[in-house]
Design a protein around this ligand. Structure first.
Ligand SMILES: Cc1ncc(COP(=O)(O)O)c(C=O)c1O
Length: 298
């Protein structure tokens, strides 16, 4: 590990495992635990650090001075990247989907404050950027610049994610995680054994592509995983009153904050599956809290 990254990681807090108790869990005799990756850092929280860690290591070892990536106006990925860039003295450039807004989101304001160069691109151009997967593949990329695809979706991201599973010191049956690009799920698949089953909850409508993308990232032949496509609430970042109410109750009961883009939908879906007897009495589920709480700011 590059010394600068090792130094940064020393400032992180541990991701604890917390059991949650609810009448429905008692009734169905299900043990539900939350892996609190949201606690590891106030900004580089959740799966962000897990995915970025070995990518940044590769970039630094290759002598990169600039990291270029892409995301939306509320992107947790760019938020973490801009912050880490500032900490590590790396220049960061973010391609942002859509027109420059008149009023910046709190995320964009942070990116700007941390020195990320923001380039607003049309939705068509944004989609085209998704074609570039390798760190040196972006057209026009210069020596010392490092391209990072949307959401940090590269094979190097998987290595950091496998550390989530290595930290779990409980026997369990199921792992659950929200999916955007599916990279975090791919890392969990990589790290799990055949007696574990893994559920990814798609945050997007039409997430069928996720299975293909995960297979592309995965070198493992582990087969016990499924992407659940029915808990997107109308599409990426869409939500309704029912979801907000669920999240509010969950937070009030367990003192664990959720956000409506990823973790709220995962927990909603998970409770729905529990109610529908998708799991057997006595089974143990671990849900990964992937952070992203910065997105709750208005
Ligand atoms: C909070 C949060 N949870 C889950 C995800 C989904 O992760 P992935 O893109 O690896 O599927 C993201 C996006 O990176 C995220 O910001």
């Amino acid at each position: 590990m590059h010394p600068k990254l090792a130094e940064l990681e020393k400032t992180f807090r541990p991701s604890t495992l917390t059991q949650v108790f609810d009448p429905v869990l008692d009734q169905k005799k299900i043990d539900l635990w939350v892996k609190r990756d949201d606690l590891i850092h106030p900004i580089i929280s959740g799966n962000k650090w897990r995915k970025l860690k070995y990518i940044l290591n590769h970039a630094l070892q290759n002598g990169a001075h600039t990291i270029i990536s892409m995301g939306g106006a509320y992107s947790n990925h760019l938020h973490a990247l801009a912050y880490v860039g500032k900490q590590l003295n790396l220049k960061t450039i973010g391609y942002i989907r859509g027109e420059r807004p008149k009023k910046y989101s709190p995320t964009l304001l942070d990116l700007q404050q941390w020195g990320m160069v923001l380039i607003f691109v049309s939705r068509t151009d944004y989609r085209a950027l998704r074609n570039y997967k390798r760190y040196d593949e972006l057209p026009g990329i210069q020596a010392g610049e490092y391209w990072l695809p949307e959401g940090g979706a590269t094979k190097l991201a998987l290595k950091g994610v496998t550390e989530i599973v290595a930290e779990i010191d409980l026997d369990f049956n199921f792992l659950c995680v929200p999916c955007g690009t599916g990279t975090t799920l791919a890392g969990l698949i990589e790290a799990s054994s055949d007696d574990h089953e893994i559920f990814g909850f798609s945050a997007l409508k039409g997430g069928d592509f996720l299975t293909r993308d995960i297979e592309r990232l995965n070198i493992s032949s582990h087969l016990n995983w499924t992407v659940l496509l029915d808990y997107h609430f109308g599409g990426f970042a869409k939500y309704n009153e029912e979801l907000l109410q669920f999240m509010e109750n969950f937070t009030a009961r367990h003192a664990i904050e959720l956000e409506q883009v990823y973790t709220g939908k995962m927990f909603y879906g998970l409770y729905d599956l529990i109610r529908q007897d998708h799991f057997k009495a006595g089974q143990k589920i671990i849900a990964i809290h992937t952070g992203g709480l910065q997105g709750n700011r208005k």
